[in-house]
Design a protein around this ligand. Structure first.
Ligand SMILES: [Zn+2]
Length: 641
């Protein structure tokens, strides 16, 4: 089946293809309760209650049905919602009307509007936005525009600022627990958490510009001190188009440093589809002729292991034949970019494992005789391309085959407007057709909120210090380098830093580098970052400050806590054998090392120092401070031990 992953780096020059990217960020707010109910904001580990619901597309007041909604409905899934009364209520399950919106959230959005010079609306109207993927129990998401226009100053190589389109407050969707072919499972703890959505003007430029914009916007939002931190609390959506073509919406980039990679991948994918479309036209195909036939009987004795497995379970196979498409499904204008992969993604989104196309028949064990029989079945000649859609039920196979036919018919267009999801490795995968425009209608359960002049005046008094000033102030007050101050601001630990710098004897630069670097290093090692809590960091730094172990051992202590090997600092210290070392013990190690390396010292003199230092530190295993070792070691070398 065509399901291979693409290459990681791709040849691509955005300057040549009018790359346009619009950025939309969704930032969770650190309010005490959800947006339309009094539930606290927390992640529930246990979800003992559940209910099932199948959503149907309803006509909006404009009398139109959203194509994306119909698509979701056609997939015929049932949604299972799991919840815990500690983090969800009857509002979340749509059994009770929403309460008036959380004022803190509205105020935070107004503050953000002030920061971005955006024009506040006079009245906030809550609207319903149709979402039928099941991520909201009611079938719609509540959303309210707070401000329009404005500009975000950008700290980047090519841009000075970017225009703001809208600032909106909305409710977050449910958390996806499991995505199956027939059912999806959601947790209601995240449903209704307030988000601020900021949509920016598109930029024409390079992928790195988009990342710089997102970074600047994130810093501005954090300056309010009112946004949630940690993984999954900020999500970026990207609207990407090329050469003036259709806009593709890429949803859910969770990591800032993936944005440029995702943009680059998506632009390359689009360029690849344009090149495939050119090849189709070169073959003289303007209108694609294709046909789907039931091929279950023809493939009855197939040699393909994948198909054999499906047919043994009583499954079905449909063959889609496409005139003149031989060689086009496997054509790869850029590494990993193929029409075959696009079709496989559509199949996967609709509950099948993928598709098998004629350019990979040999690889998939479909014989030459079978290919001839399939062509005879469809009445197409050997220049046709074939796509086999197989699955356990004829109904699902039929649905997917129809989608494959539809996709192939539109291949001469090149890029199709669709919604895709960002993957964790910086690529994008097909999700659904792009939603239509008829998606909003008023939420009649909630009266409008008037934004009075007095309220705005009060909020202007609460305007936060701009992030650049905050960073400069850190740098000055604590004698940190500008880079260190910025890293600290970007980390989750700037508030903890201020607290610790005020109370510990350790140098602020040491505290800053430990707070910034240790969590990053541990997270790269795969340790759950939520386990490296402010309490744990604070306890470890206090222990270093008290001389219980060297700062070099702090990461070992936190790793041990993060992995769950130790419950707290005391247990980690005893498990790691980090009880402090006496001066006599340390001197014994130093003298040993110096004596073993006499030849090296005579040979290299001062340059031997770092080698010796490394050896002593290794033997002392974090039980002593590096500076102390350095001092004693120098004395020992000078004395010739
Ligand atoms: Zn609730």
């Amino acid at each position: 089946m065509d399901k291979s992953a693409g290459a990681t780096t791709l040849p691509f020059d955005p300057a040549l293809c009018q790359l346009r990217v619009g950025l939309e960020i969704h930032q969770q707010l650190a309010t005490s309760t959800k947006l339309f109910c009094p539930c606290p904001i927390m992640k529930s580990e246990e979800l003992p209650l559940s209910f099932e619901r199948r959503l149907r597309p309803t006509q909006s007041e404009l009398g139109q049905i959203d194509p994306a909604a119909v698509f979701e409905f056609n997939k015929g899934r049932v949604n299972l919602y799991k919840w815990n009364p500690e983090s969800a209520c009857l509002v979340d399950s749509d059994e009770e009307p929403p309460h008036p919106p959380n004022n803190e959230a509205i105020e935070t959005a107004i503050l953000m509007a002030e920061i971005l010079g955006s024009n506040m609306v006079d009245e906030v109207h809550v609207m319903r936005k149709l979402v039928i993927d099941g991520s909201n129990t009611s079938g719609f998401q509540r959303t309210a525009i707070i401000a329009l226009g404005g500009a975000l100053p950008v700290d980047g190589p090519n841009l000075v600022q970017v225009g703001v389109q809208t600032i909106t407050v909305e409710e977050d969707s449910s958390r996806v627990l499991k995505e199956g072919a027939q059912a999806r499972e959601y947790a209601l703890d995240r449903l209704g958490v307030p988000l601020v959505e900021i949509a920016l003007d598109h930029v024409v430029g390079v992928p790195e510009d988009v990342e710089a914009i997102a970074l600047s916007l994130g810093r501005s939002l954090r300056s309010t001190g009112r946004v949630a931190r940690g993984q999954g609390t900020i999500r970026q959506d990207l609207n990407v188009s090329l050469l003036g073509g259709e806009v593709v919406e890429v949803k859910g980039v969770q990591k800032l440093n993936l944005i440029a990679k995702v943009v680059r991948y998506e632009a390359t994918r689009q360029m690849g589809l344009v090149k495939i479309a050119e090849e189709i036209k070169k073959r003289g195909i303007n209108e694609v002729e294709c046909k789907a036939e039931n091929a279950t009987q023809v493939m009855e004795r197939t040699t393909s292991p994948v198909l054999k497995r499906i047919l043994q379970k009583g499954g079905a196979v449909t063959c889609v034949a496409v005139a003149g498409f031989g060689g086009l499904f496997g054509l790869e204008p850029f590494p990993g970019i193929r029409l075959g992969r696009e079709l496989a993604e559509i199949a996967r989104t609709n509950g099948l494992g993928g598709v098998i196309h004629s350019d990979e028949f040999a690889k998939q064990g479909v014989s030459e005789q079978e290919a001839i029989a399939l062509r005879a079945l469809t009445g197409f000649d050997s220049s046709a391309g074939l796509v086999l859609v197989a699955g356990e039920t004829a109904e699902r196979v039929g649905t997917v085959a129809a989608l494959v036919v539809d996709r192939v018919r539109r291949a001469p267009i090149g890029v199709l407007g669709e919604t895709r999801a960002a993957t964790e490795d910086g690529e994008t995968k097909y999700q659904r057709p792009r939603p239509g425009a008829a998606r909003m209608y008023p939420e009649t359960d909630i009266p409008e909120i008037v934004v009075t002049e007095e309220w705005k005046r009060k909020l202007r008094m609460m305007m936060p210090v701009p992030w650049k000033e905050k960073v400069a102030a850190y740098s000055k007050k604590y004698s940190l380098s500008e880079e260190a101050a910025l890293q600290l601001y970007d980390s989750d630990n700037s508030r903890l830093f201020e607290e610790l710098a005020g109370k510990l004897k350790l140098e602020p630069s040491v505290i800053a580098s430990m707070l910034v670097e240790i969590p990053v290093r541990l997270s790269r090692e795969g340790i759950d970052e939520s386990k490296i809590t402010a309490e744990a960091l604070s306890a470890v730094l206090a222990a270093v400050d008290a001389g219980r172990f060297a700062k070099e051992a702090a990461i070992d202590v936190l790793r041990s806590i993060g992995k769950g090997d130790a419950r707290d600092v005391d247990e980690a210290v005893s498990k790691l054998g980090l009880t402090g070392m006496s001066d006599a013990e340390l001197n014994k190690i130093i003298i040993g090392v110096v004596q073993r390396n006499k030849a090296l010292i005579e040979d290299k003199g001062e340059r031997a120092f770092s080698v010796l230092m490394g050896e002593v530190m290794k033997l002392a295993r974090g039980r002593v401070d590096g500076q102390k070792v350095s001092r004693l070691l120098r004395q020992a070398i000078d004395k010739g031990a």
